[in-house]
Ligand binder design. Sequence first.
Ligand SMILES: [Zn+2]
Length: 164
Amino acid sequence: MTPKSSGGPRELSVQKIKGGTVIDHITAGYALAVLQILGITGREGDILLVAMNMQSKRLKKKDLVKVEGRELTTEEINRIALVAPKATINIIRDFKVHHKERIAVPDVIEGIVHCANPSCITNNERGISSSFNVVQRNPVTLRCTYCKQITSHDQIINQLLGES
Ligand SMILES: [Zn+2]
């Protein structure tokens, strides 16, 4: 289990985790939003590594999060897609990448966020959950299936950060 130095001198050496999830290629500056969305505070006692504004070939800058002891569900991956649509998910088992998942922003988002229109039926009738068509993917912009109101990326971020 000798760590290989794969990168040049500019590459930051980050501790490996035994098992859990590595979320890579997070939009620079959004690592903390991802943690909020996942409800991770760092007080759980598991190893949590957060690196922000790192150099990236694919993106100019990126954030990176390593979470020990937790494999993300599809629902959690969908939530991350709302703030970091280019993120990649590596599930780690026994210090190795067990499998990778590229985040795909779904065509339809149900639940997760509320419609921006306060008088929308989904905000007023119990039992009717929100439902949106994705009209733009990066940054993600949603249109309500019911009232057609647009919920902007900023509104999504504010909701996710304010409610978790
Ligand atoms: Zn609506």
